[in-house]
Design a protein around this ligand. Structure first.
Ligand SMILES: Nc1nc2c(ncn2[C@@H]2O[C@H](COP(=O)(O)OP(=O)(O)OP(=O)(O)O)[C@@H](O)[C@H]2O)c(=O)[nH]1
Length: 339
């Protein structure tokens, strides 16, 4: 048997849309900025699987001066609990933001959110405010903000879910009413406010767009699901190609893999022909549920090198991003019109 060699670069970056900045993203960001004087903390959520790519530089610009907590959500999908890989990843991520309190959460772990409650309980006390402390939770679409707030409320005051959550981005479209997560006898309670997920006006690097779409920050109809599975397959093969052995031998060919997957899972169209698009969506959904391996799509070593290199510009500023959007608008159809 010939040895399987995974691709070490992804070859298919052509024709990938790079924008997903919708009306409620812009409106949400403007509203957040206008509320800052009444906010004590910002909790910035990032996706554990794409911890660097899911940083929205517009939040740094708009909210960078606030007291900040960084929460990497969906930890359960990016690493195995207590594994060496988890420890290394988290140590590195912590080192990227030495000035901020950094947390890692999985929606299935009560303990993960209890660390945030403990931190806020101690830290917010120092604010000594009679009116209570207000925390704004921000992040990319679908990163898990509402889920986090529901879990904080449950852990902090023992109450049930207050906010709607969903598998596709854009469930929260407006800044929500505040939710109490910590109660204090003297009345200085801690409240959190959910916000609509905000995407970037333009993503210069096509690979980053694929990463964000794979993690669910972009609606599933924006990028072809077959291209997304191809990109996912590229990552899976670098980690462990045996995770799909039920359906195929290790392969770099996405279409035969999806056809085999469709036949074996009954995803067939008219005349028994494999429904490749449906199969692709199903395959992605399985990865998002942790069935096809748990790994990061960002390379933290490469990020470290970038940060160590003084000549590298780390992020686009808001102005640059907006300038790029204008350029993109001239050349590309409006993605929002497809939604
Ligand atoms: N496995 C896993 N799934 C999670 C976790 N957190 C959130 N999710 C799922 O991710 C999806 C999005 O979660 P939401 O809380 O609705 O995300 P959001 O950031 O509020 O989304 P927007 O409405 O777009 O702003 C839901 O299907 C959640 O169940 C987590 O820690 N682990």
């Amino acid at each position: 048997m010939t040895q399987f060699i995974p691709r070490n670069v992804f070859p298919n970056y052509g024709a990938i849309p790079r924008s997903y900045f919708l009306g409620h993203h812009r409106a949400g960001l403007t509203k957040m900025k206008s509320m800052l004087s009444s906010i004590d903390y910002v909790v910035e959520c990032r996706d554990y699987r794409a911890p660097v790519t899911s940083i929205n530089p517009m939040f740094e610009e708009a909210l960078g001066k606030m007291r900040r907590l960084i929460v990497y959500t969906k930890r359960d999908l990016g690493s195995l609990p207590k594994s060496a890989a988890q420890k290394t990843t988290e140590r590195k991520l912590q080192s990227f933001d030495p000035q901020s309190a950094v947390f890692f959460t999985s929606s299935s772990s009560r303990q993960d959110v209890s660390h945030i409650i403990k931190h806020l309980r101690n830290d917010a006390e120092a604010l000594d405010k009679l009116v209570g402390c207000r925390v704004l939770v921000v992040g990319m679409p679908n990163v898990g903000k509402s889920t986090l707030i529901n879990n904080l409320r449950n852990s902090g005051v023992g109450k049930a879910k207050a906010l709607k959550t969903g598998q596709q981005p854009g469930i929260t479209r407006k800044i929500a009413t505040q939710v109490k997560i910590i109660e204090r006898e003297e009345g200085s309670h801690v409240y959190v406010l959910d916000t609509p997920g905000v995407f970037m006006p333009y993503v210069p690097d096509a690979e980053n767009m694929l990463k964000l779409a794979l993690c669910g920050c972009v609606k599933d109809n924006v990028i072809s699901p077959v291209t997304l599975v191809d990109y996912l397959l590229y990552h899976i093969n670098l980690h462990d190609p045996t995770v799909y052995k039920r359906w195929s031998e290790p392969t770099n060919e996405v279409v035969p893999l999806l056809e085999s997957f469709a036949r074996q899972t009954g995803l067939l169209g008219k005349g028994g022909v494999p429904n490749t698009e449906g199969a692709a969506l199903n395959f992605i959904s399985r990865w998002r549920q942790g069935e096809l391996g748990r790994f990061l799509v960002d390379d933290l070593e490469a990020e470290q090198q970038k940060r160590d290199d003084p000549d590298q510009k780390e992020r686009m500023s808001m102005t640059q991003a907006l300038r790029a959007t204008r350029g993109a608008r001239k050349n590309k159809p409006n993605v929002a019109s497809k939604l």
